[in-house]
Design a protein around this ligand. Structure first.
Ligand code: VG1
Ligand code: CO
Length: 543
């Protein structure tokens, strides 16, 4: 088997964002584009000669082709062994688990997460390190630097292998073990949660709908929720992964998972509803006629963690990304647990999890997880909720309202302006950054600014510093406005504005969120000059 060394040259735009390299499929299809990035991983990482490499993706368009390319490059670089999910499928949390369970040198995940798939849509590639988590900034920087200097890549000239046959295939001398994508992950879930109690819950007539959005979690949810937990067939809907997600947008929120939301707010609503995203790491949780915000979900899981066997008496602390509401902080304070604020993106939780400083973590963007893997985990969050519901036997709405009574309610919303002109978006953030120094002490409507800064994170474990992580404006009563630009979009810039207000009084816990936050929303618009700078009159998506 001959190794070909193919002359190449750098592309200018292979910088990984919040969650890996994400571009249009058309960009990835350019000659040498994917090859350069994959070679840059092998040029900068170690250990692949001895330990296995895990490979899999969310099944979107270009997944299969990319995998064949990756295998040929891996083999040519001397990688000895690959663990590949059947059909090229692995959810992101399942890859993380496989890396950890099999002592792998890392993993390559093919996904653009919640972004649409198809020939004219998005694709993505991400490298995870031996701890199972997304590569830390210094690793992604090294890969990026390598892409800027690359002048060749190594590749084997071999035929495609059959990705659908469980067993062992050879690419040159490299062993490709094609394994069941679901089994190991489902076993892990069974160790963490009380499956007997959840089974009894379903036997008692409890009804749920899980919407897999034609993305990667379909096979996982069917095996766990229907087969192992005994929920009726049909509990999982849209369960077959499709290359274009059935023309959908596999983003589990009230806008893109509208079918599920309508069902949960409709006349025949079941007790519980949930959805996951393209690669299975996000979750949305709904009760009958009730939406649980991701920030509240994190706080509530923390407050109820003792109900799940895998977490009983062992939670050390929690971390949330900076724009996530401070609801979890209140629980941590009351329970005397560690609490950390990190920049957006799961990679920042890795060190805290590895060091045992935290057990649970989450983001406002429908991401929740724990130390069981090093990624956020959609189905895990759904199972945690099922475990809580199975123990408490009360409705989702009752459980959340009671939580607010105990801890107060953090009203929370995110306004996204998508595909904004990049220089206008950068100008807006630059102007806010410049204004930060003048804001403290200023009165804006009924609010007084306490602090204003561009968030800078000092990692408490390895002392690395991440600058410019978003503009935070904190008010004296604990309310906040946060502005940042997305690092996952593939068209222009996406401006995200996060708004939060705390309400202790239970008599005021039933307001409409947008109304409760109306004054702060007006302040946020005014401070940033959104209309003038972006030409937009309203957000593209309100969550
Ligand atoms: C978004 C979210 C962020 C999340 C990231 C990856 O990033 O805001 O919280 O970690 O997506 O999620 P940004 O930079 O667009 O705001 V996904 O489900 O890749 O796995
Ligand atoms: Co995702």
């Amino acid at each position: 088997m001959s190794v070909e060394t193919i002359a190449s040259q750098p592309f200018q735009d292979q910088k990984p964002g919040t969650s890996g390299l994400r571009k249009k499929v058309r960009v990835f299809e350019q000659p040498h584009y994917l090859e350069n990035f994959v070679q840059s991983i092998f040029d900068t990482q170690k250990g692949y000669q001895d330990a296995p490499l895990v490979v899999g993706g969310d099944g979107r368009y270009y997944n299969r082709q990319a995998i064949q390319t990756i295998l040929r490059i891996a083999a040519a670089n001397g990688c000895g062994r690959v663990l590949l999910g059947r059909g090229g499928i692995f959810s992101t949390p399942a890859v993380s688990h496989m890396i950890r369970k099999h002592g792998a040198c890392g993993g390559i995940i093919l996904s653009a997460s919640h972004n649409p798939g198809g020939p004219d849509e998005d694709f993505g590639i991400k490298f995870n390190t031996p701890n199972g988590g997304p590569a830390a900034e210094k690793v992604t920087e090294a890969i990026y630097t390598a892409t800027r200097h690359i002048n060749r890549y190594h590749m084997l000239d071999t035929p495609d292998i059959d990705l659908d046959q469980i067993g062992i295939a050879l690419v040159g001398d490299m062993r490709v073990e094609i394994v069941d994508s679901v089994c190991d992950y489902a076993d892990l879930m069974e160790q963490l949660f009380d499956f007997d109690r959840i089974r009894a819950l379903f036997q008692s007539g409890f009804r749920m709908r899980f919407d897999a959005m034609h993305a990667v979690t379909g096979p996982y949810a069917r095996e766990i929720i229907e087969n192992r937990l005994g929920a009726p067939q049909g509990t999982v809907v849209n369960g077959i992964p499709l290359e274009d997600f059935g023309h959908g947008h596999p983003d589990p929120n009230l806008v893109y998972a509208k079918e599920l939301a309508d069902h949960l707010f409709g006349p025949d609503a079941p007790d519980f509803g949930a959805a996951s995203d393209g690669d299975g790491d996000r979750n949305m949780v709904l009760g009958r006629h009730f939406f649980v915000t991701p920030s509240d979900s994190l706080a509530l899981i923390l407050a109820n963690a003792d109900l799940a066997p895998g977490y009983r008496s062992r939670v050390t602390g929690v971390a949330r990304s900076m724009p996530t509401s401070q609801a979890a902080d209140r629980v941590a304070a009351k329970l005397g647990l560690n609490c950390y604020e990190t920049p957006t993106g799961w990679k920042f939780f890795g060190n805290l999890l590895d060091a045992g400083k935290i057990t649970l973590c989450g983001e406002e963007s429908f991401g929740t997880g724990s130390d069981h893997v090093r990624e956020k985990d959609g189905l895990w969050a759904v199972l945690f909720w099922l475990n809580i519901l199975a123990e408490r036997r009360r409705s989702v709405a009752e459980i959340v309202r009671e939580h607010w009574q105990n801890y107060g309610r953090n009203y929370y919303t995110r306004h996204d302006y998508e595909a904004v002109d990049s220089s206008a978006a950068n100008g807006l953030i630059d102007a806010l950054r410049a204004a930060c120094a003048t804001l403290p002490g200023r009165r804006l409507g009924s609010y007084t600014v306490e602090y204003a800064d561009d968030f800078r994170y000092l990692d408490p474990i390895d002392d690395s510093v991440s600058e410019k992580q978003g503009i935070r404006i904190g008010f004296e009563d604990g309310s906040r406005i946060v502005y940042r630009l997305s690092g996952t979009g593939t068209e222009g810039a996406t401006l995200r504005i996060y708004i939060e207000a705390y309400e202790a009084d239970p008599a005021k816990h039933d307001l409409d969120t947008q109304q409760a936050l109306a004054e702060l929303i007006g302040i946020a618009d005014g401070l940033a000059g959104i209309r003038e700078r972006t030409g937009r009159n309203e957000p593209t998506v309100i969550t």
